[in-house]
Design a protein around this ligand. Structure first.
Ligand SMILES: Cc1cc2nc3c(=O)[nH]c(=O)nc-3n(C[C@H](O)[C@H](O)[C@H](O)COP(=O)(O)OP(=O)(O)OC[C@H]3O[C@@H](n4cnc5c(N)ncnc54)[C@H](O)[C@@H]3O)c2cc1C
Length: 516
């Protein structure tokens, strides 16, 4: 087991075993860091909630070695149909959308409950069990550690001492509350319902279906099992929606207009959508990640994926500092890198959400008559589809403004995600992402590495990957013989078109990065 023999001594205490906490635990464990992961619930979530697993998340899972397992269990979304007033008005074909940009060129539909169970299994395989029915009550910070008060399943309390605490404890985060960090933003007035149903009709055709009406909208995702789907819709009169509000109270007009019949409802829930970003993602030895740090509308399927991105960003930094492989100031880069993206995301999902839900007559005309046709027309162009893919899949998330990012070679800058390219058999790898499975710093050269670079890699214990040049590398934005220092999370730290060894040496020295 990776957990310490003394339960009161761990390196990272992870509060919350939702997708964010589980991915943080997996990445840290792979890097040999001792973790404890607690959750106050008796079992993983049993409801489907987030359905979209974006390409960037799958790329991270590729680094951890289980992306294919997720892909096999999920279902690719390849087309979206838009319906207005019960009639099909537009179709968007996602095929080829991310071809050549990522090994995972479509959004994957995989319900969150199944996804969480898979992560729990992977973590168990790595020797770490989630401590269930175990609640973090409070904690205090000393100079170089935290002490947390934990309520155990038998209701007794223990104190756990850890180097760091990671608040992955969801939107009502106790960690955030203990840190006194504000969570400004607001709550939309609309009330939504989510239902996992067994149904039949044209909406169950396997595509993503979006139906718009005067005052209603409905999104239907078909799930992997034939005849099963997730419905997301609006509750027309939210005032009548008390805690007893059920599927029977939902206005069925829009569903009937689409000639869809629901045989059975497996799960039904209503929820208000919030848009909030915490004022800070870090205070001393404590960090906030996932819904504890940011929440926004589910438009675009970004929420859970953003939490997973936070976990990956923090995990390698914590591991490097704990193993004295970088200066502690490396941890200062977590908040600026992740908060900038969270704020942008809240702003964009807010605009998209208002457009979908606004009840003004002009907005209604645009939503029902103009936007679907315009969207389908625009997305008939490959360039527009690829642009959409880059945004939704999160492969365009970058840390160019970070103090960890330096230089550029052609259009690829320090802070960008390493562009993905398939390589030919002489490279020894199927693609340039395969070496990222080491979860370590590495140098990539597309073409020839100089003798100086080879010597530096050997003295600094950096692995050098020199991929024989191919024209498709240029298409991906890479520069022949340039040098790319790649971070453990697959982002480029430094891009140097001249491919000079001295540039890397000074980059590593400034940050105290030592590879062992
Ligand atoms: C009804 C619904 C529908 C949704 N639909 C979508 C969607 O379509 N697309 C999308 O992207 N997102 C959706 N979301 C949001 C998505 O589910 C979240 O973004 C995601 O779960 C965030 O993961 P997390 O790990 O950060 O937090 P959570 O999943 O909230 O996990 C936090 C965990 O911390 C535990 N915890 C809390 N406090 C403590 C404590 N003091 N001690 C120990 N454990 C604690 C909780 O029990 C919980 O298991 C939906 C959410 C809901 C509720």
């Amino acid at each position: 087991m990776a957990n310490p023999s003394s339960a009161n001594d761990t390196e990272v205490l992870i509060v919350g075993a939702g997708p964010t906490g589980l991915v943080l635990a997996l990445w840290l464990t792979r890097l040999g860091i001792r973790v404890r992961i607690l959750d106050k619930t008796a079992e993983p979530g049993t409801t489907s909630r987030a359905l979209a697993v974006q390409a960037r998340t799958l790329e991270f899972y590729g680094q951890l070695g289980f992306a294919n397992m997720v892909v096999e269990r999920g279902r690719w979304a390849t087309k979206a149909n838009i319906w207005a007033d019960g009639k099909p008005v537009a179709q968007v074909d996602f095929s080829g959308m991310g071809e050549g940009l990522s090994p995972y060129p479509y959004p994957l539909v995989y319900p969150q409950d199944e996804h969480e169970r898979l992560l729990v299994e992977r973590l168990k395989d790595a020797g770490v069990a989630v401590e269930r029915n175990t609640e973090m009550l409070s904690f205090n910070e000393a100079e170089d550690h935290i002490k947390a008060k934990i309520k155990k399943p038998d209701s007794t309390e223990e104190t756990c001492r850890a180097a760091y605490v990671a608040g992955c404890d969801g939107s009502r985060s106790r960690v955030r509350e203990m840190l006194g960090i504000g969570f400004p933003g607001g709550t939309y007035e609309h009330l939504f319902y989510v239902a996992d149903v067994e149904a039949s009709g044209p909406m169950l055709n396997g595509d993503l279906n979006i139906a718009l009406e005067r005052s209603d909208f409905l999104v239907v995702f078909r799930l992997k099992r034939e005849g099963q789907a997730r419905f997301i819709g609006t509750v027309r009169d939210s005032k009548q929606a008390d805690e007893n509000f059920s599927w029977d109270d939902v206005s069925k007009g829009i569903i009937e207009h689409l000639r869809t019949s629901v045989r059975h409802v497996n799960w039904f829930s209503t929820y208000h959508v919030h848009h909030r970003v915490a004022d800070h993602f870090r205070k001393e030895q404590a960090f906030l990640l996932g819904d504890a740090a940011h929440i926004h509308s589910p438009v675009g399927g970004q929420g859970m994926n953003t939490g997973i991105g936070d976990a990956v960003n923090l995990a390698w930094k914590l591991a490097a500092v704990l193993r004295a492989q970088a200066k502690p100031s490396l941890l200062d880069t977590y908040e600026p890198e992740r908060i900038a993206f969270a704020r942008k995301l809240v702003a964009t999902t807010d605009r998209a959400f208002m457009a979908v839900t606004s009840s003004s007559s002009l907005a209604r005309i645009i939503r029902l008559r103009i936007a679907p046709i315009l969207a389908a027309l625009m997305l008939s162009f490959r360039a527009a589809r690829r642009r959409l893919f880059r945004t939704i899949s999160q492969i365009a998330v970058n840390y160019r403004e970070s103090s960890l990012s330096r230089g550029h070679a052609r259009s690829v800058h320090g802070g960008d995600r390493l562009p993905w390219v398939k390589t030919d058999s002489s490279a020894g790898f199927p693609d340039n992402f395969a070496p990222l499975a080491s979860l370590d710093w590495q140098i990539h050269v597309y073409g020839e590495a100089t003798a100086d670079v080879k010597a530096l890699c050997s003295t600094r214990k950096l692995t050098l990957y020199a991929f024989p040049w191919q024209s498709r590398m240029k298409t991906a934005g890479l520069w022949r013989d340039a040098l790319y220092l790649v971070r453990p999370d697959g982002y480029i730290a430094l891009a140097d078109p001249q491919g000079k060894a001295a540039t890397i040496a000074s980059y590593l020295d400034e940050r105290g990065i030592v590879l062992k």
